[in-house]
Design a protein around this ligand. Structure first.
Ligand code: UDX
Length: 430
């Protein structure tokens, strides 16, 4: 029989909101606490500050069981289980900055009914042991510590939480807390994998690093195909049909970005280096990506010569379709390189917020792709928004001053684009 638990989620960011909403959906009584008054106020007023399909509806239909607060006292009074969902951005050294994590753990002192602390934030290997010691120090020896990494991808976070491939639970002897946390997921049909805390902390990083490795591999194969005349999309489609490999994360493009891959692969490399060995593969995976993100620049120079004074349109600013997130997006690298070369940059994106784009001065959100492309010297497909495949490119060829397109996502059809008069370049396709 189902027994709801009282849960406090610390951090109303991306992961915290998804976690809080989904736990409420599962029937638990949830308080989400954040230290940002504006954010809490917006959430209390029913506004959802991030774009994530299904999240707004889920928050709305669970408002009986889901509250937002600024008040630490209220958060602690509620906390039978405390989820740590704060961000751990890279610090100057490349190591994750854990200051927000420590501040949450410290603030738990005085939570009298606390039975379990769940680490959802992505943290370096060994953080759990330090958190355990800190909990003991602040008088919470009775609360178990559990590592429960998340594997949600943006744009499908709600689906990933409610239907994950696995639920990883890490514990170093706090079995009761581990069982409690596993039990919170009752209603979700997924294997629960239990292991020690260090291993659980490693799974998240190892999993993201392998996904990023596959993409860097795809990009390396694409660069090879560019020289041999083979078509990387055909090659990797067939490679991925090997059941030992599978078809996912083999799309060549202008590299991986986002809030997780760059941070997590770098963190894992850093952890390896700090522990005294040089992780050659991880370093290569990162190098390939850094080079890949600049691929369009050379293509544009080949087509246009000097880029100074050229009007270049970046089609897609978000790091992938279906999100407004521009963290570590290839578009940001391209925009700043193009500006440094003296080009004028225009940007189009259906979701990215103008405020995020504005640092690049001339960057504007255009009403339509066609409007953005009018009179331009070149366009780069940076994000594979489906809208871009639906554009009337034959008409666009007439609108542009020079019909030059670098398709960084292999979204368009090379033969057709050339038929319509484009100088068309893509990644690893003849
Ligand atoms: C990722 C992981 O998928 C998720 O499990 C983890 O919890 C967080 O990191 P996310 O960052 O939302 O999720 O994006 P994802 O869809 O995985 O894409 C990551 C990047 O790889 C994007 O920049 C995307 O454009 C790129 N990518 C992905 C490719 O270049 N080729 C591919 O075949 C797949």
């Amino acid at each position: 029989t189902f027994r709801p638990n009282r849960v406090t989620v610390f951090g109303a960011g991306y992961i915290g909101l998804v976690t809080g909403a989904c736990l409420a959906e599962l029937g638990h009584d949830v308080v989400v606490r954040d230290i940002d008054p504006a954010k809490v106020e917006a959430l209390q007023a029913g506004e959802v500050p991030i774009y994530e399909p299904g999240l707004g509806d889920m928050i709305a239909r669970n408002k009986e069981r889901l509250r937002f607060t600024l008040d630490l006292g209220e958060a602690l009074a509620q906390a039978e289980v405390a989820y740590v969902c704060v961000d751990t951005p890279p610090s100057a050294s490349g190591d994750a900055d854990l200051s927000r994590v420590w501040s949450v753990v410290r603030s738990l002192a005085g939570a009298e009914g606390l039975r379990a602390v769940v680490m959802k934030s992505t943290v370096p290997i060994g953080t759990g042991a330090r958190a355990r010691a800190l909990l003991d120090e602040v008088g919470l020896a009775g609360a178990g510590y559990v590592s429960n990494p998340e594997f949600t991808a943006e744009g499908r976070a709600v689906r990933d939480f409610m239907g994950p491939d696995r639920i990883v639970i890490g514990t170093d002897g706090d079995e009761t807390a581990a069982a409690l946390v596993a039990g919170l997921h009752a209603g979700i049909d997924a294997p629960v994998v239990t292991m020690d805390v260090r291993s659980a902390e490693t799974v998240k990083l190892a999993s993201n690093a392998l996904l990023a490795t596959r993409i860097s591999y795809a990009n390396e194969m694409a660069n090879l195909c560019d020289r041999t005349g083979a078509d990387v999309t055909k090659v990797l489609a067939a490679v991925g049909m090997d059941h030992r490999l599978g078809p996912y994360f083999l799309n060549a493009g202008i590299g991986w970005g986002g809030s997780c891959f760059p941070k997590d692969v770098e963190a894992l490399r850093q952890i390896a280096s700090n522990s005294g060995f040089h992780p050659m593969l991880l370093s290569a995976v990162i190098d390939v990506n850094n080079i890949q993100r600049r691929r369009p620049l050379q293509g544009l120079k080949d087509a246009l010569g000097d880029l100074a004074g050229r009007e270049v349109v970046l089609l897609g600013m978000a790091f992938k379709p279906g999100t407004d997130d521009m963290r570590e997006a290839p578009s940001t690298v391209l925009a700043s390189r193009l500006l440094a070369e003296g080009a004028r940059v225009r940007c189009w994106d259906p979701l990215a917020r103008p405020g995020d784009v504005e640092p690049w001065a001339s960057a504007v959100r255009y009403a339509s792709v066609e409007e953005a492309l009018e009179g331009a010297d070149a366009a780069v497909v940076v994000t594979e928004w489906p809208q871009l495949a639906g554009v009337d490119w034959a008409a666009v060829a007439e609108l542009m001053r020079r019909p030059v397109v670098f398709d960084g996502r292999n979204l368009l059809e090379p033969a057709r684009m050339r038929e319509w008069g484009f100088t068309y370049m893509s990644i690893g396709r003849p």
